[in-house]
Design a protein around this ligand. Structure first.
Ligand code: ZN
Length: 241
């Protein structure tokens, strides 16, 4: 069986830096804070009310420009979703517009990945029982936890800074980097949840949104770079209170 398609062509791993034209603007995955259940997103297909953010490179207008399909796994089911592309005429580049329940290059939804990471990083249990509860292979869960652990110091600092930027509590680093990162993500989400729309999006979709889907990506840019005012996209469409 061939592996399910989880390519996100606009994520950074698609175009190795060495082969790019140095003058060219790089396509990025734009992650929008989609509040809809995965099933509703799948059912709506191209009819989802997608937001149309400004170009992440030049802040110019973007237009919808076709799209692609990729798989996502939720609760043991593999589903195919439509991912629109947005094109910037000024930059001559198309960006993928990923819903926040997706992490770039990962098959499983952000909530599944986040639940495993939270259980293990908080010390509640080991990888094996967390993987069994989430219904994912042990090796897959171990990969997430290792990647999160490797990025934890950087993620902790970035999310702690975001928490403060959003008017939330300061989170002090602790000896355990994973615990610090987890606390910082929680604090940043706690602060964001005071703003319209975010509470319904949930903590792991929030984390995916502000990290551009790269929460546990290899070679990720720091989410610190993604949370400037321009990229901190409010949930669209606005949700009823
Ligand atoms: Zn542009």
């Amino acid at each position: 069986m061939s592996p399910p398609n989880v390519r996100d062509p606009s994520s950074s791993r698609f175009a190795p830096i060495a082969r790019r034209d140095p003058r060219a603007v790089s396509p990025v995955a734009i992650v929008w804070p989609c509040p809809f259940p995965v099933d509703a997103y799948v059912a709506a297909g191209r009819g989802v009310e997608f937001p149309r953010p400004a170009c992440p490179s030049c802040a110019g207008p973007l237009v919808f420009w076709s799209g692609y399909r990729r798989h996502v796994r939720e609760a043991g089911r593999c589903l195919r979703i439509f991912v629109p592309r947005l094109r910037c005429g000024r930059c001559g580049v198309t960006h993928a517009l990923l819903p926040a329940f997706v992490l770039a290059w990962r098959l499983d939804v952000a909530e599944t990945v986040g639940a495993v990471i939270a259980e293990v990083a908080s010390g509640a249990c080991g990888v094996r029982p967390a993987a069994a509860r989430a219904g994912v292979p042990h090796t897959t869960a171990r990969g997430w936890v290792r990647r999160f652990g490797a990025r934890a110091p950087e993620l902790g600092v970035a999310f702690a800074a975001l928490a403060v930027e959003l008017g939330g509590d300061a989170v002090r680093p602790v000896a355990d980097a994973g615990g610090f990162a987890l606390a910082a993500i929680g604090a940043a989400f706690g602060a964001a949840a005071g703003l319209p729309g975010w509470l319904a999006v949930g903590v792991w979709r929030f984390a995916s949104s502000v990290s551009g889907g790269s929460l546990i990506a290899a070679n990720a840019t720091s989410p610190w770079l993604m949370v400037g005012k321009r990229r901190f996209m409010p949930p669209v469409p606005p949700l009823p209170a």
